[in-house]
Design a protein around this ligand. Structure first.
Ligand SMILES: Cc1cc2nc3c(=O)[nH]c(=O)nc-3n(C[C@H](O)[C@H](O)[C@H](O)COP(=O)(O)O)c2cc1C
Length: 396
């Protein structure tokens, strides 16, 4: 067992928050902040987590719950857990196992993994590495030609759904990344890198594994016709030229023909648009507070979307999930399931696949305990009667 795997297996790791310091100690500051940080003043990032305190439980006591059923169905797929692993771009910077390790951990736990367009591993390898369903998250970086090629590869490889993220017409400004010299570290010359090198050199274990893994590779799933795989440094500029519009969604639906999840919905109007364009599920999401700072927390936006959708499609949500109790609250408020981002990514950065396994296990035991404390035998039985929701939340 590696030292990192021992650290995450320690009985002192009892909640997701306990992975944070372990991750921080293993990876350079620039990588930790890329994962941990949000846009601008990080108001939405903080609010995503804080808002779960505003919703409180209404338990049913003196009820025996011998066994808890955590199963659910998302886009027609049976999942053993009511959460999937969200797309986390460039997970391979956090650990060489990256997206393959996270997908494998999800599959072993009986749940799904969503692979980001900004992946360091080939989509075929990620799919082959997992025994569970894998979805492909699509940006239109590199234009429709690159997108069409990746959609075709996703189909051939057996991906179960496309997740189209609509909240990234330009990358949000993550101030920590600028202060840490992320751009210079990825593509600058030695002179430009020098001011930022100390934090890298202070994590020799990470540096050795990163160099052994080949350093910063191009993006294997964004193959621009006539140019080849996109370089990581070109991502920000490419995103700024690739707003996903409703017309694009129509085009994507024509060439994919499988289930489409639209991610990044915060209003009833956008939810209705997404349904009109053929989405079978929506993820209420603000990108983990990494895009437009000052938008509401995802949980706060959830009731308006649930109300607008009127049961026509499945509603997922992501943002701020750090405990099983958070997942239960989101489901009580109408989410079919949630996506977890940082909750597993801290585990990945701390110890690779072993860290993701442990993060999933913590959330699973949290879920069972919370259901039993609530006096509820299954995820399927959760509804609004198990929570107190502040007045006025329905109206947006
Ligand atoms: C480091 C990092 C990278 C991300 N990259 C992507 C991405 O490539 N595509 C995407 O749709 N969302 C991306 N997200 C957003 C997540 O899919 C998800 O919406 C968010 O992490 C949920 O918030 P949480 O981290 O509080 O769970 C990223 C999030 C993080 C933390």
């Amino acid at each position: 067992m590696t030292r990192a795997a021992r650290a995450v297996a320690s009985p002192r790791v009892v909640c997701i928050g306990d992975f944070r310091p372990i991750a921080r100690a293993r990876v350079p500051q620039s990588v930790f902040d890329y994962l941990d940080g949000g846009a601008e003043g990080e108001v939405t990032l903080r609010e995503n987590c804080r808002i779960f305190n505003d919703v409180t439980f209404r338990p049913r006591h003196a009820v025996e719950v011998a066994k808890c059923d955590l199963h659910t169905r998302v886009v027609g797929l049976d999942l053993a857990l009511p959460f999937l692993l969200a797309p986390v771009g460039y997970s391979r910077l956090m650990h060489p196992g990256g997206e393959v390790a996270a997908a494998r951990a999800a599959g072993q736990a009986g749940t799904g993994y969503i692979l980001s367009t900004i992946s360091g591993h080939k989509m075929e390898d990620v799919k082959a590495g997992s025994t569970g369903p894998v979805f492909y998250q699509l940006y239109l970086m590199g234009g429709r030609g690159a997108a069409e090629a990746s959609i075709e590869r996703a189909r051939v490889a057996g991906f179960s759904a496309l997740v189209v993220t609509i909240d990234t017409p330009v990358a949000g400004i993550r101030e920590r990344d600028h202060r840490n010299g992320m751009k210079e570290l990825i593509s600058g010359g030695l002179l430009e890198k020098i001011p930022y090198l100390a934090q890298i050199l202070s994590r020799p274990g990470w540096l050795i594994s990163f160099l052994r893994d080949g350093g910063v590779p191009a993006l294997p799933n964004v193959v621009v016709p006539g140019k080849g795989p996109m370089a990581l440094i070109d991502v920000a500029a490419a995103l700024a030229e690739s707003t996903v519009t409703w017309a694009d969604l129509r085009w994507i639906r024509e060439i994919w023909r499988g289930p489409i999840v639209v991610k990044g919905v915060l209003t009833g109007d956008d939810a209705r648009h997404a349904i009109d364009e053929g989405a079978v599920a929506i993820s209420v999401s603000n990108h983990g507070g990494r895009q437009l700072d000052g938008v509401p927390a995802s949980l706060r936006a959830l009731p308006e979307v649930v109300e607008a959708v009127k049961g026509r499609v499945e509603v997922l949500m992501d943002g701020g999930i750090r405990r099983g109790a958070d997942i239960v609250k989101a489901i009580c408020m109408g989410a079919r399931a949630v996506l977890c981002g940082r909750a597993y990514a801290y585990g990945l950065a701390a110890a690779g696949e072993a860290g993701v396994d442990r993060a999933i296990e913590i959330l699973r035991t949290d879920l069972e305990r919370t259901l039993r404390l609530l006096g509820c035998a299954s995820i399927a039985e959760l509804d609004r009667s198990y929570v107190n929701v502040p007045k006025g939340w329905e109206t947006g």
